[in-house]
Design a protein around this ligand. Sequence first.
Ligand code: PLP
Length: 394
Amino acid sequence: MAQFLDSVPFSGIIRIRDMMYSVDKPFRLDQGDVSFDAPETVKEALRKAIADNRTHYVQTTGIPPLLDLLVEKMRTKNGIPIGSADEVMVTNGGIHAQYIACLALLEPGDEVLMPDPAWPPTVSNILAAQAVAVPYPLHEERGWRPDIAEIARLITPRTKAIVINTPCNPTGGVLTREDLEALATLVTEQNLWVFSDEAYEDFLFDGREHLSIASWPGLYDRTIPLYTLSKTYAVTGLRLGYLAIKDPVIRERAKKVVFCTTSNVSSLGQYGAVGALQGPQDAIEGFRREIAARRDIFYEKLPKASNGLLTGVRPSGAFYAFVRIDPSWTSPLPNAPESQSWAMTEFLIKKARIGSVPGVDFGARGEGFLRFCFARDRVEIEGALESMERAFVS
Ligand SMILES: Cc1ncc(COP(=O)(O)O)c(C=O)c1O
């Protein structure tokens, strides 16, 4: 395993983060972190947990009051027929949920279909389980949705599972009911598992609604739905995610991974999560509306700020702008990287103090694109766009 890890890629997001530390007054549109403060319900629950000395070991898969709330949430909000709290596991963020799911389900050599472009840890987690990642294209002209017939053609006797991510990071694409219906039929016919990454379930715009494939009749039997509190409640640093597994054998394996990697997720964070889920949920809608407004500001100002070099259609979900770089653009900087998306990322860091992520970091099909996060506050977004305009005219 030690040497094998040399072949597991590190995300370029880390390299950019390091580059951004050397920038004075940076515009951090590179990180997928929301600018909001956590709701008071979370903060109060955290304070109470400290006052009550909740600082000891807790149950491996999560504290019972939190598991009960998560069961209720997945049943009512997501329509997933969770049998009992035994099926749910609290994880150290959504990234850990993905790792656990891959280790519990995949055998070395299993093929896993995954979107291209995709959130970089998706491929890393598949590879960490010594499985083989098989990218399926997301098409810009289809609102960054896949063509299900094209996915079907990639299935081989070694295919074990497919990853879906709706709403999608980095593209903001949202799978339609018809897409999910067709995928549900395909995975059932082909006897495949589904990793359903629903990290952005609360960020949909223009009247779109979030649908979990695990709510389709019979689909929860073969789907591992995974979620995070990071984005929904603006608590990326608390590291709180969760997943559900119906199959008792896979679930037992997953529990061992939770145990070996964390013993249990931080007790304080879990009490904070109880506060998040128990209290009023109005903060979520407030966050969503504000993010929608920021999306509109970003896309209204982008054409002028980028001098027409960066273009794209407003996404229906998540909080990222995945925009195309004019193919004729080349960097005026010396020693610019060969990859156009890396060249543009470096140009914007050096000339405009703006962080973004090169599209190629999300997969081969992302080359020629850039990802900006518009969940940053309005002052930062507007400042970034003004700075971009100055960089492109000078
Ligand atoms: C698609 C996707 N899934 C899962 C996660 C997990 O987030 P976290 O580990 O912060 O809970 C993220 C975070 O950016 C994401 O973009």
